[in-house]
Design a binder for this molecule. Structure first.
Ligand SMILES: NC(=O)c1ccc[n+]([C@@H]2O[C@H](COP(=O)([O-])OP(=O)(O)OC[C@H]3O[C@@H](n4cnc5c(N)ncnc54)[C@H](OP(=O)(O)O)[C@@H]3O)[C@@H](O)[C@H]2O)c1
Length: 351
């Protein structure tokens, strides 16, 4: 392709990285050259893109010469080390890690919610935490019906949120657990575990460290990032994050408390039916509501179980599910790049 941009993906071999390649093809992202970067372990591995075989290179500070867009999904320490070099080399960096999200100088963007956070000078954009993105795509449109005062959220987070190794761990432990239930001895391989607890047929509080307030890192990110994205520093948010043995897509039980009396179910449905990135799945008769299995592989956040919270006149509840590898990560990042291209904002320097 002669026109288009030079694009780099840091972390191309990972769970999010794989989705980038698929999305670039699906959405016809204007790419002239695609550079695939990962750790030294992956150098020489090959991946397919638009029918071509591309070879993985090691990500270093020198990787970004001539790159227009660099998509980072290789962990926060890699982003801290390499993203400044990419910006320095003239790339616009769209970072999926937590490294820069709470930096006041860095826009934290969900295109459906706060596209205006991008400015003509933006060179580094942070993609929010996946749980926060899925939550806010569903919650933000309801601000049209009244001021939102408080969110109470419980999550049901899948293996894919932890990356490729955690997905493998769930599959392996499930096979072992099924064999054990059938009286077949395990393979005794003593395989190294990523997660701290048995995962098959189990669930546990999110596997991130607990802070001095008793919240784990994942919960803290949802609280802080929601406040930043909605530009409501005082927003009251209570979150409990739980890892469940689902292979892909996160689900969340959400109670939304408005400052005044809650809108009606009909008003909520009407607003959400028109909201970008939202798909209503709310069939009470068929008992058909959002599920991770139906959310997987699609860009929309599914929303259902919409009802008044009978315990509080200002509150409503709903249940949502979204593919966190897509809307929670790669898709949100590509949409940010598309937004930049469509508005021509930070792109002028590429002329
Ligand atoms: N999974 C999600 O739903 C999700 C959602 C939002 C954000 N994120 C963020 O996206 C990032 C990647 O997540 P993931 O789920 O895709 O993880 P993953 O499947 O474990 O993939 C990690 C990627 O990072 C690369 N990497 C690791 N160490 C590296 C190093 N020293 N130098 C260069 N590359 C290195 C890996 O390359 P090798 O193959 O060479 O090891 C691999 O490509 C993390 O920052 C994560 O927080 C993930």
């Amino acid at each position: 392709v002669s026109n288009g941009f030079n694009v780099a993906v840091v972390g191309a071999t990972g769970a999010v990285g794989n989705e980038f390649l698929r999305l670039f093809e699906e959405r016809n992202f204007p790419i002239r050259n695609l550079k695939l970067l990962a750790s030294a372990r992956s150098v020489g591995k090959q991946m397919q893109f638009r029918g071509e075989t591309l070879t993985i290179e090691e990500a270093t500070k020198e990787s970004f010469d001539g790159i227009d867009f660099a998509f980072f999904s290789a962990g926060a320490s890699r982003s801290r080390e390499l993203a400044p070099a990419a910006v320095e080399a003239g790339a616009v960096v769209i970072d999926n890690s937590s490294a820069f999200r709470m930096d006041p100088a860095v826009p934290l963007v969900v295109p459906e919610v706060n596209p205006f956070a991008l400015t003509p000078n933006t060179r580094l954009v942070a993609v929010p935490n996946c749980t926060a993105i899925i939550l806010l795509v569903a919650v933000n449109p309801l601000q049209a019906l009244g001021k939102i005062d408080r969110l109470i959220v419980s999550t049901y987070q899948s293996a894919s949120g932890g990356g490729a190794k955690v997905m493998d761990e769930l599959i392996y432990e499930t096979e072992q657990a099924v064999s054990a239930l059938r009286g077949v001895p395990g393979d005794g391989s003593g395989r190294e575990k990523v997660l701290p607890h048995p995962y098959a047929f189990n669930l546990f509080s999110h596997n991130t460290p607990i802070n001095e307030h008793g919240y784990n890192d994942e919960e803290w990110k949802v609280i802080q990032e929601s406040r930043k994205i909605l530009d409501q520093p005082e927003l009251r948010v209570n979150v409990t994050c739980v890892r469940v043995p689902v292979i892909r897509a996160h689900s969340e039980s959400v109670t939304i408390e408005f400052a005044g009396e809650a809108p009606s179910e009909a008003q909520i449905r009407e607003v959400l039916a028109k909201a970008p990135g939202v798909q209503l799945v709310d069939d009470r008769e068929a008992n058909a509501f959002p599920m991770p299995i139906t959310a997987s592989g699609q860009g929309d956040v599914l929303v259902g179980r919409i009802r008044k919270d009978l315990s509080h006149p200002n509150a409503i509840s709903m249940f949502i599910a979204g593919d966190q590898l897509l809307k929670g990560a790669a898709l949100n990042a590509v949409q940010i790049a598309e937004l930049i291209l469509n508005t021509g904002q930070p792109i002028d320097s590429f002329a």
